[in-house]
Write a protein that binds this ligand. Structure first.
Ligand code: EPZ
Length: 421
């Protein structure tokens, strides 16, 4: 199993191009199921989760061609409406085929995603929303069996649905389902993440009638059919944030290309509070730092608040910053898996419920550590970049799910990162 060997201590200087967002590409790829004619996408990153989604759609009969970051999907002859456990267990976001399958074909059999390292991650809100639209849903043998064949015109019916929790993929699934429903759907307490907005913008280009994406009330007036379009996926704000933290921690000057600063307001504010200099223009962000940072308190919450997907990265920053900080995770119940690994590198962190108390140390110590989930792995890479000596990160398949060409991008900035078998 691949490992990363990182020799710490190098400053980071130069330019890095941000890839297309994983968490926008996944729902956008699944939205191809809604279209009668081909969908042409660009800025689709070379990531494991993207490969998995393309494989899943291929098993359903979607004709897919891929050339670099360009992907064309033709769902004119979908023959299977199922996402098996084997598929879903490797990637929970496979649940995003449920809404489109029901909306266009009236039937779907999708494995319940299991839990994962960061929490139980139920999909009850996805299911309740579809039931609110009239879907008949039974959970049998670990599968969600859903149908609209009993409904007028066999179509989902528009409904008003209040989501008890802000759920990103729940909002996306229900928005896609409502796009072809009969009548109007109003999603309340909707997620406002940029990836939700990007999906909505593409659905509108496909012919959907959607207003309010990016606010907590999204209104979707169902239409008869949707057609393919062309769409360039929004940049990956979490990948960008990860490189920004790397530059702040290691010291140096790094310019990120293909990124819009307004997607990262909360992250930029915290980096400035920590002492980094952050400037930007329309599609670049530059981070300058002497590597001597002040600890900052973090509290995750739904967008536009501080993103949970950046919590682990800031835990690494705080571990070697000056002062004491509190990191509170309000979204997932078990998203501190990186803590015990950072502790092995000399970090002084104690956990009390969903809050970690981090006492900055002057230096971290290279060690062999284990990746447990995507963003925890990122925090270990960041710690390795600044630690004394060598750090070996095991199980880096987690990283490959969400970071395109990570070692190449870091080494181009002056880091010393090798992938070893
Ligand atoms: C999306 O996951 C992202 N994944 C996650 O990114 C991200 O951490 C998360 O949103 C929060 O921003 C994708 O977009 C593919 P949620 P999602 O539904 O949609 C609870 C990464 O690192 N909940 O917004 O699965 C849930 O347990 C990944 O790129 C229910 O209880 O997250 C959690 O506590 C990790 N019932 C909270 O809501 C439901 O039906 C938010 O989850 C749905 C969610």
């Amino acid at each position: 199993m691949d490992k990363l060997l990182i020799t710490g201590g190098n400053r980071l200087n130069g330019e890095v191009t941000v890839s297309g967002a994983k968490n926008a590409a996944l729902p956008i790829l699944c939205a191809a199921l809604l279209a009668e004619t081909p969908l042409h996408l660009s800025s689709i990153a070379a990531l494991k989760d993207i490969d998995t989604t393309i494989k899943l759609l291929d098993t359903m009969g979607v004709k897919i061609s891929r050339n670099g970051d360009k992907v064309t999907l033709d769902a004119s002859e979908v023959a299977s409406f199922e996402a098996t456990y084997e598929m879903v267990k490797t990637m929970r976001a496979s649940i995003l085929v449920l809404g489109p399958l029901l909306a266009r074909f009236g039937t779907a059999r999708v494995s319940l995603p299991g839990g994962c390292a960061i929490g139980s991650r139920p999909v009850d809100l996805h299911i309740k929303g579809l039931q609110a639209m009239g879907a008949a849903i039974h959970i049998t043998h670990g599968y969600i069996q859903a149908s609209t064949l009993h409904l007028p015109n066999r179509r989902l019916q528009g409904a008003r649905y209040y989501m008890d929790l802000v759920t990103v993929t729940g909002t996306e699934n229900l928005m896609m389902a409502a796009a072809l429903a009969e009548g109007t759907t109003v999603l309340e307490n909707a997620a406002k993440e940029p990836e939700v907005i990007d999906l909505a913008e593409m659905l509108i280009k496909m012919g959907a009638n959607i207003t309010g994406a990016g606010t907590d009330v999204i209104t979707i007036v169902g239409v008869e059919k949707l057609n393919g379009t062309t769409h360039n996926v929004v940049c990956d704000r979490i990948e960008a944030g990860t490189y920004m933290v790397a530059a702040a921690m290691a010291g140096g000057e790094v310019k990120l290309l293909n990124v819009q600063a307004h997607l990262l307001d909360a992250v930029i504010e915290k980096l400035r509070e920590a002492g980094a200099t952050v400037t930007h223009d329309a599609d670049t962000i530059t981070v300058k730092s002497d590597g001597k940072l002040k600890a900052v308190n973090i509290r995750t919450a739904p967008h536009p608040a501080f993103p949970t997907d950046m919590q682990a990265q800031f835990m690494a920053l705080n571990a070697m910053a000056e002062g004491v900080s509190k990191v509170t995770e309000t979204i997932f119940e078990n998203r501190f898996m990186h803590v015990q690994e950072l502790q092995r590198m000399g970090a002084d962190i104690s956990i009390d419920g969903n809050t970690a108390l981090v006492k900055g140390v002057s230096e971290l110590d290279g060690a062999t550590v284990m990746a447990t989930d995507l963003r925890a792995s990122a925090s270990l890479v960041l710690a390795g970049l600044v630690a004394r000596g060598d750090t070996v990160i095991e199980r880096i398949y987690h990283l490959d799910r969400g970071y395109e060409n990570l070692e190449a991008k870091l080494n181009a900035l002056g880091a010393n990162v090798k992938r070893v078998a």
